[in-house]
Design a protein around this ligand. Structure first.
Ligand SMILES: Cc1ncc(COP(=O)(O)O)c(C=O)c1O
Length: 401
């Protein structure tokens, strides 16, 4: 599976050599930092981390394509420069989406762009509207900025309540900084259908910006889904974010971007760190071109995801249908301890996503990692699924037992 690991090792080796290091051994702090930018996670000594099945952070377990690794290796000659050619990354992204350069804003991961949106818009109005649960990095920034998130609960079938969001925006109109939508949603893995995005944009006041996080766009197959990039072209108050961390497997290299009408992006510019590295920009350009690799990763991910879900169903457990490289399974008890128990079995899984406290988020890993996960799952949870004691008692009472 890991066909390009040798190439990656060579790449890392040459980085080490270029830095004059005997071994390229990132410090724990470096791991801590990259993980904090993605999702919070416990720190592990490197040996431990490498030995774990990593199903906690929705990464691409197969790593970047050979073309991407080569492009980054070739760009390493700029590692010692401040001013360097950037491989034409902004043009490449603009062309990829049929937009202009002025509609593209780079970030050190899409997480940086999300943070820039918070910083740019929160001083004016103090409320953000979004669903709950969703990718909570945006919500954390909001709370840190002493602003408030109006969290609209998911519907009973875990779909996002778009009419509820519209109502929340209208009710709080003058106070709303922006709306945050994650499509497909993290952690549930499901989509907002295209007609519902349209309904939202058509029914909220047109000056309320809508931030649409499409980090998992590349994994979707559902025909009811569509990217919201065309709304940027129309000049609507929409910011779409994308990342190279998922399908392109560059999570540790940090590259993402926002797409929006020029005037909207101009409000974000002052909040960028300018902290992008020279190497990843070349990787990004190569990744956009390597559509064959993207297709292959998508297929492998979906195959493994669906096989694992089938296995979990067969074992008696409920899973939310997913359009991403992760899924949620109902384990019937609080996930915090469950995640600890998985860790003892050398499997890292997602943390708790309140209020879905009993739902475990599992990322798709390699085939051996998924086997390791299933073996651990079967050892920890009985066949036949969760026993709902309340329901059992109610049924028994009804049956007069
Ligand atoms: C929905 C969503 N948005 C954004 C991010 C941030 O990704 P990055 O900063 O690596 O682009 C993540 C990371 O897991 C995510 O799940």
């Amino acid at each position: 599976m890991n066909h390009n690991s040798a190439t990656r090792r060579t790449f890392i080796g040459s980085m080490g050599a270029a830095l004059g290091l005997a071994h390229f051994a990132p410090s724990l702090d470096l791991f801590a930092q990259t993980r904090r930018q993605g999702e919070p996670g416990e720190e592990h000594p490197e040996e431990d981390y490498d030995g774990m099945a990593k199903l906690a952070s929705n990464e691409n377990c197969w790593g970047p394509s050979d073309d991407v690794v080569k492009a980054m290796k070739d760009a390493f000659k700029y590692a010692n420069r401040y001013q360097y050619p950037d491989g034409g990354i902004v043009e490449a992204i603009a062309k990829h989406h049929g937009l202009k350069k002025e509609n593209v804003l780079l970030g050190a991961g899409s997480g940086e762009v999300l943070k820039m949106v918070d910083e740019a818009f929160l001083p004016d109005h103090k409320r953000v509207v979004g669903v709950d649960p969703s990718y909570d990095s945006v919500y954390r920034h909001v709370t840190n900025s002493k602003a408030e998130v109006i969290k609209v609960p998911l519907l009973k079938d875990y779909r996002m309540d778009i009419p509820g969001i519209i109502r929340a925006v209208k009710t709080n109109y003058r106070d709303v900084s922006f709306v945050y939508l994650c499509n497909p949603n993290n952690p549930t893995g499901n989509i907002i259908p295209k007609h519902e995005i349209k309904m939202l944009l058509d029914n909220i006041p047109s000056d309320v910006p809508v931030l649409i996080d499409e980090a998992y766009h590349h994994f979707v197959t559902n025909p009811d889904y569509a990217t919201s990039v065309p709304y940027v072209l129309e000049g609507r108050q929409v910011i779409v974010t994308r990342t190279f961390s998922k399908i392109a497997a560059l999570a540790g290299m940090r590259l993402g971007y926002g797409l929006a009408p020029k005037e909207l992006l101009e409000r974000l510019h002052p909040f960028g760190s300018g902290g992008l590295n020279a190497v990843v920009k070349y990787g990004g350009v190569a990744a956009l071109k390597d559509t064959a690799y993207e297709k292959k990763i998508k297929q492998m991910t979906i195959d493994l995801r669906e096989r694992t879900i089938k296995d979990l169903h067969g074992w008696g457990y409920e899973v939310i249908p997913s359009e991403t490289n992760f899924f949620m399974v109902n384990v019937g008890r609080d996930v915090t301890q469950v995640a600890e128990d998985f860790k003892k079995r050398k499997v890292l899984v997602g943390r708790k996503f309140p209020p879905m406290n009993n739902w475990l988020r599992v990322s798709v890993g390699t085939e051996p990692e998924m086997q390791q996960f299933m073996a651990a799952f079967k050892a920890m949870f009985p066949a036949g699924g969760i026993k709902d004691t309340k329901k059992d008692k109610a049924e028994a009472k009804e049956a007069g037992v």
